[in-house]
Design a protein around this ligand. Structure first.
Ligand code: FAD
Ligand code: NAD
Length: 468
């Protein structure tokens, strides 16, 4: 059987499902092929949403265990019911997945359950999950097949003792000792979850810093805060081998720059050294779609691959591997295919680490500005001087704004502090409108609110903060 579509999207993650919905809104006939058996991709099923559900539950547990007393709330020692915590997380995931199915029906997107393979620039063969095959004919094909965990040679993932992020989201018990390989976003978020729930967590990182790519000053303060919380960092080290026995895993760890090896023991090891694009089984070699040296689908600024009518978005192409970036790609591409002006500003994609405090960044870091030889002003303000943060007992961190001295535009913002992931939105919007620090400073911010720290940092760019 064959059916004709304007667009066939392969992959139902945030890139693919958003592209499909936007295209359908614009009147196009759209099918979305997904092989997981659930919509939402990595993000909803094994990424953003389940990790945030566990981050929130474990944060509440830590608040109850360690901080309620400060507020004059007396409770007997709280206990973790991991089964119940995991069941709640699964319920959150399930309701989000069902939400997308509803949106597909509402927008008349055809949901095809199965694995898609591109057999020509206009046809996608689907091996249906229920058995059998279906061929879809399309004027445009969108590759939105996402990414997968980057493996670490010598440290084989079994999702029991040695886990990827997926296994770390479903551990049946709290490990006594956990080693996390990689101090990136996943390592810090999931390392924090299990530390809060009672595990002793050591994070082994190849580089001599955590969160590579983020602003250096931000990262230094963040590392201090996490260390104070109890995360143990082993920076400048790499894991070269792992042996699993009855009493857990023994890792061989060496200094990155060479030196004596040592052993580290753990009940559970989390491998979190990055993700890589996933295009297995798509038939790209047969239709001649080119990949770059890192396995990403090569596209131009219009998401067009080297084969006419085949496009790619999200984690499969260059750029940050973030759900909101994939969504922006999806919307822009749908609009372009429908003949409208789609556009993504990759210089203004925020990145957030959902620990507590949260860490959020957008635009240029100070290191980048220095490298470019740019003249810039820095405005900084700590949460310790904010009434609301004090009322919340959450005063760790600061807001730092970077403004170009010539254009008077805000070109970067770096925040570690309570709700940093929400606070950054104001700065992203300001940057989208080409605002100066003065524009932010002259905007009335509610009191008492955490947003006042952004305002005071903006005032500080002109050395006139009020409360410092
Ligand atoms: P994906 O979400 O990976 O979706 C691709 C889909 O394509 C998958 O469902 C897959 O089954 C399907 N597929 C693949 N091949 C085929 C085929 N041949 N036929 C049919 N279907 C196919 N990002 C954030 O912005 N914020 C966060 O807080 C965040 N947290 C994360 C936490 C974890 C633990 C992980 C692992 C990732 C997290 N991310 C987060 C990253 C985010 O999940 C990804 O950037 C995002 O999901 C990418 O979207 P995508 O649509 O490109 O791909
Ligand atoms: P990452 O790229 O953020 O971090 C990987 C870390 O591992 C880096 O610090 C790297 O230096 C280190 N590393 C690499 N090889 C190593 C080795 N052999 N030994 C020790 N350390 C090593 O990758 P991740 O944390 O796995 O996350 C993958 C992707 O998922 C990221 O692109 C991220 O954007 C996305 N993600 C986003 C969020 C969020 O937005 N909150 C949350 C989770 C994941």
């Amino acid at each position: 059987m064959s059916e004709n579509y304007d667009i066939v999207v392969i992959g139902g993650g945030p890139g693919g499902y958003v592209c499909a919905i936007r295209a359908a809104q614009l009147g196009l006939k759209v099918a979305c092929v997904e092989k997981r058996g659930a919509l939402g991709g990595t993000c909803l099923n094994v990424g953003c949403i389940p990790s945030k559900a566990l981050l929130h539950s474990s944060h509440l547990f830590e608040e109850a265990s360690e901080h309620f007393d400060t507020h004059g709330i007396e409770v007997s020692k709280p206990k973790v019911n991991l089964e119940k915590m995991m069941a709640r997380k699964d319920k959150v995931v399930d309701s989000n997945v069902k939400g997308i199915e509803f949106l597909f029906k509402k927008n008349k997107v055809t949901y095809v359950k199965g694995a898609g393979e591109i057999t020509s620039p206009t046809t996608v063969k689907v091996a249906l999950l229920d058995g059998g095959e279906e061929t879809l004919t399309a004027k445009n094909i969108v590759i939105a097949t996402g990414s997968e965990v980057t493996p670490l040679p010598g440290v084989e993932i079994d999702e029991k003792n040695i886990v990827s992020s997926t296994g770390a989201l479903t551990l049946p018990t709290v490990p006594k000792k956990m080693v996390v390989i990689g101090a990136g976003v996943i390592g810090l978020e999931l390392g924090s979850v299990w530390r809060r729930l009672g595990a002793e967590v050591t994070v082994v990182e190849f580089l001599d810093r955590i969160l590579p790519g983020m602003d250096g000053e931000l990262v230094k303060q963040t590392q201090r805060i996490f260390a104070k919380q109890g995360l143990d960092f082993k920076l400048g080290h790499k894991v070269t081998a792992a042996k699993t026995g009855k009493s857990g895993v023994t890792l061989t760890v060496e200094p990155s720059k060479g030196g004596d090896a040592e052993e580290l023991k753990a009940d559970v090891v989390l491998v979190a050294i990055g993700r890589r694009p996933y295009t297995t089984g798509l038939g790209l070699d047969k239709v001649g779609v080119e990949l770059d040296e890192r396995g990403r689908v090569k596209t131009d600024e219009y998401f067009q691959t080297n084969v006419g009518g085949i496009f790619a978005i999200g984690d499969t192409i260059a750029g940050p591997m973030l759900a909101h970036k994939a969504e922006e790609d999806g919307v822009a591409l749908a609009e372009m295919i429908a003949g409208e002006e789609g556009h993504v500003d990759y210089g203004k994609v925020p990145g957030v680490v959902y620990t507590w405090p949260e860490v959020a960044s957008v635009g240029k870091t100070e290191e980048q500005l220095k490298e470019e030889g740019a003249e810039y002003s820095v405005g900084k303000f700590p949460f310790t001087a904010n009434g609301r943060a004090k009322a919340m007992e959450s005063t760790d961190g600061f807001v730092k704004l970077l403004e170009d001295k010539k254009t008077h535009r805000v070109v970067g913002a770096h925040i570690v502090g309570p709700a940093a992931g929400d606070l950054i939105a104001e700065v992203v919007l300001a940057m989208e409108y080409g605002a100066s620090a003065e524009d932010i400073a002259r905007t009335c911010h509610a009191h008492p609110a955490l947003g006042e720290v952004v305002k005071e940092a903006a005032l500080d760019a002109d050395k006139r903060a009020i409360h410092m």
